[in-house]
Write a protein that binds this ligand. Structure first.
Ligand code: SF4
Ligand code: SF4
Length: 264
């Protein structure tokens, strides 16, 4: 997902669509371009992408980060982004591209699901001003753009089972928008707070250990009914992590937890 700046929107190119506008597209192994779009990508991973990919690969989130990603700091944000590392071959293929297509297909990232639609959020001045943005922008080599199956951005998201991804990347966008400002007090994102926030966002297994095996529950009051869900459910834990980042760095109150010396 992109956080779209209104000034950039006109220069992005492609065709901006509303939720129920139509576009024609089909993808499949019978097309000559099959797999060509899975090469030499700047594929940014959102936190929920990592939750799903590490589960698909049956490895810990810390291993996934070590083996499959690069971390970058973009000029537009004070929070690091995570890029999927392409394979070290001539075509720089995605590490999950196999002869049969995507080897992690049920858990492929949001960007891959929504392709050829780019999904982003345009934020206004106020919290309630956020607007979904859909841009139809397949590359010229994509033969699917000349197929006749008709979709809307919403029906395409449904077909690709992208709703939970869109929901979680939107929530992450709501967090990332705070990082247009610098919260690090001169220490940068590599300081202790930065490392904790990065862990909460991208390293779900370590964050779960932090909640249940450190002094976290001595310091924070968490609603009892929520604790079991946090242990079992990655999506609920990730939303909890997002709220914790906002609380620690930006003092945003959460309805999920409070410091023990405060009341709910
Ligand atoms: S280039 Fe387009 S049609 Fe070809 S495999 Fe990729 S998404 Fe499908
Ligand atoms: S994750 Fe799958 S769909 Fe996405 S670029 Fe890699 S191989 Fe292609």
């Amino acid at each position: 997902m992109k956080r779209v700046n209104i000034d950039q929107l006109h220069s992005i190119g492609g065709e901006r669509l509303k939720e129920n506008d139509t576009f024609s597209f089909r993808c499949g192994p019978d097309l000559s371009c099959f797999g060509r779009c899975c090469r030499n990508l700047n594929l940014f991973l959102n936190p929920y992408d990592i939750v799903r990919l590490r589960k698909n690969l049956n490895i810990a989130s810390s291993c996934f980060l070590d083996e499959y990603t690069d971390v970058v700091l973009r000029p537009s944000s004070h929070f690091p982004d995570v890029l999927l590392t392409m394979s070290d071959n001539d075509e720089k293929t995605c590490p999950f591209l196999s002869a049969d297509g995507c080897a992690v297909y049920p858990d492929r990232p949001d960007t891959c699901r929504m392709f050829p639609i780019e999904y982003g959020v345009l934020y206004g001045e106020h919290d309630n001003d956020a607007e979904n943005v859909y841009i139809f922008r397949p590359p010229e080599f994509c033969a699917g753009r000349r197929e006749q199956t008709v979709w809307t951005p919403l029906s395409w998201a449904g077909d690709q089972e992208a709703e939970p991804y869109n929901r979680m990347t939107r929530r992450w966008g709501d967090v990332k928008r705070y990082f247009g400002n610098d919260p690090w007090g001169g220490r940068g994102p590599d300081g202790p707070k930065g490392k904790m926030a990065f862990m909460a966002a991208y390293n779900i297994d370590s964050f779960r250990e932090f909640v249940f095996k450190s002094s976290f529950l001595n310091r924070y009051k968490v609603k009892h009914a929520l604790l079991g869900s946090l242990e079992r459910d990655d999506e609920i834990l990730l939303e909890f992590a997002f709220q914790w980042i906002l609380h620690v760095l930006w003092n945003v109150e959460s309805r999920l937890f409070s410091l023990k010396n405060r009341r709910f």
